[in-house]
Design a protein around this ligand. Structure first.
Ligand SMILES: Nc1ncnc2c1ncn2[C@@H]1O[C@H](COP(=O)(O)OP(=O)(O)OP(=O)(O)O)[C@@H](O)[C@H]1O
Length: 258
């Protein structure tokens, strides 16, 4: 995949494949092109080269809503909940992509519509249980603490029933306890029929949760391997430390404390 803004190569030849049950992290220094890659996959940007395939179908350059309805869900680096809506409504909003309710049923509040609304509420509650939400589900989303809002965002993305789930810096802004809970949640998502891709700066979390890691630097893929392989890769050490000759231990420490 390639993406250029003017002369800037934001993504310069990234290739990876993920399968259901995979947990893949995309890491790299600030500005490496991670979010740009997510934006290409989800249709927010149109790649200037290459292609994005979902279960064999070419989805390159489709509109974000078309890509979402084919089973690609994401969260954002900065939360994008509907702040005025309740927590439950935020998650139910995620589900309408696939419920395809009939407008006439909705207008007339037919029994079929009421039943489908009840089922949607039950399912939204199950996803909120799954992500471990503790806060009030009938409160406006913006009134929840930050860490809880992040859980709601993940619940909303899961409620869409994705085949591919992209989480952009899910640990950002979380405290230690919340990160421990996130790690557990990510492992449980890994047991669903979902291909999970994370962008994450918290190297402790990345090393513990990922089955595979792709490393980007200046838009280029410089490594792709298991956490152990990537941790020892000289090109990765150089990208993070700016030089190659440091002892492994120093780098490992640096990466895990970022
Ligand atoms: N809309 C845009 N217009 C022009 N340049 C952009 C745009 N979005 C990103 N870039 C540039 O593309 C490059 C990659 O940015 P990107 O945000 O994808 O990096 P990142 O790896 O996600 O960084 P971070 O870890 O800081 O979020 C950077 O040089 C950035 O300045």
């Amino acid at each position: 995949m390639h993406l250029e803004f003017g002369g800037v190569k934001a993504v310069d030849g990234l290739t990876f494949a993920v399968n259901e049950g995979d947990i893949l992290s995309v890491i790299g220094p600030n500005g490496a092109g991670k979010t740009s890659a997510f934006n290409c996959i989800t249709g927010f940007y149109k790649p200037t080269g290459g292609s994005v395939k979902l279960q064999g179908d070419d989805i390159t350059g489709l509109r974000p809503s078309a890509i979402a309805s084919r089973g690609v869900s994401r969260t954002f680096q900065n939360l994008r909940l509907f702040g005025e809506l309740t927590v439950l409504d935020n998650v139910r909003a995620g589900m309408h992509v696939r419920l395809r309710q009939n407008a006439l049923d909705a207008l007339l509040h037919t029994p079929r519509f009421r039943r489908s609304e009840r089922e949607a509420t039950d399912e939204a509650n199950r996803w909120l249980d799954f992500v471990g939400l503790r806060g009030d589900r009938d409160a406006a989303a913006r009134n929840l603490p930050y860490g809880e809002q992040r859980r709601v965002e993940i619940a909303r993305a899961l409620a869409r029933g994705p085949k591919l789930l992209l989480l952009d810096e899910p640990a950002a802004g979380l405290n230690h306890g919340e990160k421990v809970e996130l790690l557990d949640l990510l492992h449980r998502i890994g047991e669903l029929d979902v291909a999970l891709v994370l962008i994450e700066h918290d190297m402790g979390l990345v090393m513990q949760v990922s089955r595979r890691i792709v490393v980007l630097n200046f838009g280029r893929e410089i490594a792709d391997g298991t956490p152990e392989e990537v941790r020892r890769d000289p090109a990765v050490l150089e990208a993070y430390l700016g030089k190659e000759d440091d002892a492994d231990d120093a780098t490992t420490k640096e990466m895990s404390h970022e």
